[in-house]
Structures are given as C-alpha cells and as structure tokens.
Design a protein around this ligand. Structure first.
Ligand code: DX5
Ligand code: ZN
Length: 231
C-alpha cells in the first residue's frame, strides 16, 4: 500500500518546512488538492503554488483537480511534471480526450469519482486511463469521516478492472511512468477519511494507493504517521 500525503492537512504558511521534513523513503507521493470554489465550495491553491511545491521537493506529485472545466485547467499542471493528474468525471464531457492528452505528456491519467457517481461510468475509459481515484468522502474538505460504502465500491471496481484487463492483454502500458506499481493493472487510489482504523480493510479491498491529510497531520511527526498507515 502506497501513501499519498495531502498537504491540505497543513497551513500553507508552514508548507516549506513540512515539505522538507517529509522522508522520500516513507512518503510515496505528495497529493495536491486543487479546489476552485466552483466544482467544490472551497478554494485551495492553483498552479503557481503547485509549481513552487514541485521545486521544493523530489517526492513524486499526485495532482487531484477538483475543478470545473478541467479541459482548461489540466494543461496548467504539465510544466511541473507530476507523476499523476486526476480530474473528476463529473466535471467533463470529454474525459477520453483529456486522459489521452495527459498521457501524451508522460503523466499517469487518473479519473476521480465522487461517492455518488456510478462505477460503470469509467468502464468506456479503461483503455485510456492509468488510475481510478475513488473518493471516500464528498470532495471539498479534509477531515471528513470515511464513507463505509467505499470498501464495497473499491472491491467492485477492482473486480471490474480485473475482468477487463483479462480481456485485453495487449493494453499499451509503456506510458506508465511509475515503476513501483504493477504496470498491467489500473491503479486504484482512495481519498478521504483514511486512518489506521480503516487502512487494512481498504488494502484488502484492492486499493493500491491511499491519500491522507488529517491522519498524517494529527501529530507533528508526519513520517511516523505514514509508517503507521503502512504497518
Ligand atoms: C477532499 C480531498 C482529500 C482530503 C483528504 O476533498 O480530496 O484529498 O484532503 O483529507 P482527509 O485525509 O483528512 O480526509
Ligand atoms: Zn484529494
């Protein structure tokens, strides 16, 4: 199980020291929650702060765009060369084209699904995406409680992916830049309310990558909290 630490858990003013304190041997990704005050009520930060973060760390970046009009927003995050860019399927009418564009930049393309969005909606896209980001809270705020239905959603999503990858053995995977995750599979990422209480069940459900903000920042030693989640 890999962990993506969401910096929403810290105040922006402390960001530099927080980034410097993260151990690249422990923290697999830094998760950047981009909120536009439109697709979700809150506003977080945009590409200029994201670029500063990219310059301040060597840990791979996992960009989660909670924005309306992702066609316009996605290209702003190419320059910082993140490992992953995920956008919400609820926010776009052209998910295939957008996923192809992200992959053409050697970045993993992720589709994010809010808790109420049917899992089947990503089915037609599986050939063109690298990751499915299942929200386990409603997008927009950190510190919410984990929605238990997410376990079942992860299990179902996993078996749907397994079935479809069985069918198409020639899936082109050479654009996948993450050497640490099995290239044949579509990565399942979960986001929201992750803690030491639910991480084992999340892992058993087939999740590869879990995002955490409030649990990781619940005490000053973020690396040790990430280790607890991994244990
Ligand atoms: C929610 C964000 C999450 C959030 C996770 O809109 O996408 O990444 O920061 O925070 P916790 O771990 O506190 O639920
Ligand atoms: Zn997120």
């Amino acid at each position: 199980m890999k962990i993506s630490v969401s910096i929403l858990g810290t105040e922006l003013i402390n960001l530099k020291s927080v980034l410097q304190s993260l151990d690249p041997q422990v923290v697999d990704y830094i998760h950047l929650d981009i909120m536009d005050g439109n697709f979700v009520p809150q506003l977080s930060f945009g590409e200029s702060i994201a670029n500063e973060i990219a310059r301040a760390t060597k840990i791979p970046l996992d960009v989660h765009l909670m924005v309306a009009d992702p066609e316009k927003e996605v290209p702003k995050y190419f320059e910082m060369q993140p490992s992953i860019i995920s956008f919400h399927i609820e926010a776009t009418h052209a998910p295939l084209r957008l996923a192809q564009l992200i992959r053409s930049k050697n970045i993993l393309a992720g589709i994010a699904l809010s808790p109420g969005t049917p899992l089947e909606s990503v089915e037609p896209l599986l050939e063109e995406i690298d990751l499915v980001l299942l929200m386990s809270v409603e997008p927009g705020y950190y510190g919410q409680s984990f929605l238990e239905t997410s376990i079942l959603r992860a299990q179902k999503r996993k078996s749907m992916i397994d079935k479809s990858t069985d069918k198409s053995t020639d899936r082109s995977t050479d654009r996948n830049t993450d050497k640490n995750i099995d290239k044949k599979n579509i990565i399942i990422e979960i986001d929201g309310g992750i803690s030491a209480k639910n991480i084992a069940r999340v892992k058993s459900a087939g999740v590869d990558l879990a995002v955490s903000a409030s649990y990781c920042f619940s005490t000053p030693d973020i690396n040790s909290n990430v280790k607890k989640l991994k244990a």
